[in-house]
Ligand binder design. Sequence first.
Ligand SMILES: [Zn+2]
Length: 272
Amino acid sequence: MPVIPVYLQKQAPPTSRPDEAPRATTVPIKHKHHFALPTLRLQLHNLQHEGSTIFLSNIKGNEDISTQVQNVLNGLYTPDSPRPGTRSITFILREYSGLAYTTGIELDRDHKEIHLNIDYFTRLPEPRAEILGVICHELVHCFQWDAEGTCPGGLIEGIADWVRLRAGLAAKHWKQEAGGKWDQGYQHTGYFLDYLERRFGDGTVRRINGGLREGRYDEENLFASCCGGKTVDELWSDYEAALNKDSDADLPTRTGDVVVVPTDTLPKHADT
Ligand SMILES: [Zn+2]
């Protein structure tokens, strides 16, 4: 059965280095509600691979995945808010040229697959935190709204890394920096969303995600309704000014050369 890639990225991220700690403090996601879990499955394509052993010895299937699902659902939803009807998630551990990606099955989008590259696991100095972080990011793609497929990838990826940030799983190579565009995605946009969450209150990112439930992406209305009537460009300018002003945090600001590190990396044609 064919599968449809959800989000395309090509660049492989660098591995984390222990001396590069994330700069921003994180506010943990509260597990206010215990959401029902989808069916969770695992396919191991090469049990003899070192990466399979690293995964199995670092990740507790009956606890860790559930915790990350609760992080995602508590981060993006209340018990009463409508959410996608994801019924199953299959983790597929195999060798390919990328890092991770999430797909839906063509005939039924309620069944998701998260593909993880076991080669990547062998290159990680701190595999547990990094693998959990990648799993958290990919799980967001299993549950977030996307304006019926019209939401820009940068915002989709930013929401995924915002949840990862709030889950306490920021990668050590992440840096909070201004410059560039707000929607360059991943941690770059994720930190911006965290600024909006702090400025406009708990639930701001949840409301942004909720605003992507129906209809085509409408940037002006989306941010005006969730963030005090402002445009996203005004908000981005405010964010840059706040970072520049916050000398105690020693946050670098640059223009035009922001490094955005992606999580999702699809296979090349040769290794699908
Ligand atoms: Zn992603």
